[in-house]
Design a binder for this molecule. Structure first.
Ligand code: PLP
Length: 358
């Protein structure tokens, strides 16, 4: 028997979430973002779940080639561009659109003869200070790229630091948008700005292209819950209780004896640990659902197991069903309690976890 830990992927929910993006931004074309193995869901499932998207965006060249091999003929966008000259050859061969964000990439583009023309997404650094050309150098870089004979179209692109907030004291979406407008002023071409946070909280910014990731997977970067945005969970992680311990006042649970009982209680040992992708730093109190009842993690998560408080679930027994996140327990709730974000939980799903489709 395999371990009872199972990740169930709901392709239909992925399709519904894509429809939510369409509803928020009816006039924009959609790059469905499938980097990091479609946020842990599997690249092929990303392709199936988002087959009506206008394009797929990712950062891994091997994954992008696989998408072509799996039959994806619509656009593919390399969100971080290319890492070395051989990637450029691959991009031309497989017709990937590529983001260009630094002068070194422009030089490579100028030097390397390509077999076919290419669409470029020219990234501006509008304040995040991660990728992209400064506001002041953007126009010059645009001219240089436009002069390259193999460049077909240039899309104007930037990325927001704080799209998950309405306002931000350091760098708001509004400030970044102003920067972008200043740097890209009167340059022609399509515009690509919004990630999930911007789509959900600033839908008026949706331009020619939007680039949703996390919302397609039923989690949010933002203030409201996924359910309030009409998003459905796409990954549900379930397991079972594999042992039960009865403990007395003063007894402790797990490595480091972090949790100490202040009453007699039953503890359920669940088959799921940090080697499965569950965050080891999750504190006591992180929500876990047992037999449909919400209870809490107690004690430090081990490699293959974790312990839960069964006080609220007196009927729980060895074999009781456990939900770690997904349907019945929003991944954002677990992430919030564990001091992380839904993105990290999904992406960290370990290879040893069996994956099935709903
Ligand atoms: C990952 C990524 C996205 C998607 O972001 P979400 O917050 O998951 O919607 C969009 N644009 C770029 C450039 C990215 O790297």
């Amino acid at each position: 028997m395999p371990r009872p830990l199972l990740a169930t992927i709901d392709i239909e929910a992925m399709r519904c979430n894509l429809a939510v993006v369409r509803a928020y931004t009816p006039h924009a074309k959609i790059w469905a973002v499938v980097k990091a193995n479609a946020y842990g869901h599997g690249l092929m499932r990303g392709l199936r779940g988002f087959e009506v998207a206008d394009g797929l965006g990712l950062v891994e060249f091997d994954g992008a080639v696989r998408l072509r091999e799996m039959g994806w003929t619509k656009p593919i966008l390399m969100l971080e561009g290319f890492y070395d000259p051989s990637d450029l050859v691959t991009a031309a061969q497989y017709q990937f659109d590529i983001s260009v964000h630094c002068a070194e990439q422009v030089e490579m583009l100028e030097k390397i003869p390509l077999s076919s023309s290419m669409n470029i997404h020219l990234q501006m650094n509008s304040g995040m200070n991660r990728l992209g050309f400064s506001v002041d150098s953007y126009r010059l870089m645009h001219q240089r790229v436009r002069a390259i004979p193999t460049v077909r179209t240039i899309t104007l692109m930037t990325h927001f630091s704080n799209a998950d907030r309405m306002k931000h004291s350091r760098l708001s979406v509004a400030e970044q948008t102003l920067c972008f407008q200043r740097g890209a002023d009167s340059l022609g071409g399509e515009v690509s700005l919004s990630n999930s946070g911007a789509i959900l909280l600033h839908p008026e910014l949706a331009t020619d292209w939007v680039r949703p990731g996390i919302m397609l997977y039923g989690a949010t970067p933002g203030t409201k819950t996924a359910q309030e945005f009409g998003l459905q969970p796409t990954m549900t992680l379930t397991s079972r209780v594999m042992a039960i311990q009865e403990i007395a006042v003063g007894d402790s649970v797990g490595y480091g004896s972090r949790f100490v009982a202040d009453k007699r209680m039953r503890i359920g040992v669940v088959a799921c640990g940090y080697a499965d992708g569950y965050p080891r730093h999750a504190p006591d109190g992180t929500p876990v659902v047992v037999d449909g009842i919400r209870t809490r993690l107690v004690g430090t998560v081990s490699m293959d197991m974790m312990a839960v408080d069964l006080t609220a679930v007196p009927a729980a027994h060895v074999g009781s069903g456990v939900t770690l996140w997904g349907i019945g327990l929003p991944i954002d709730d677990v992430a919030n309690a564990a001091g992380t974000i839904g993105y990290e939980l999904m992406c960290a799903l370990a290879a040893r976890v069996s994956v099935v489709e709903r």
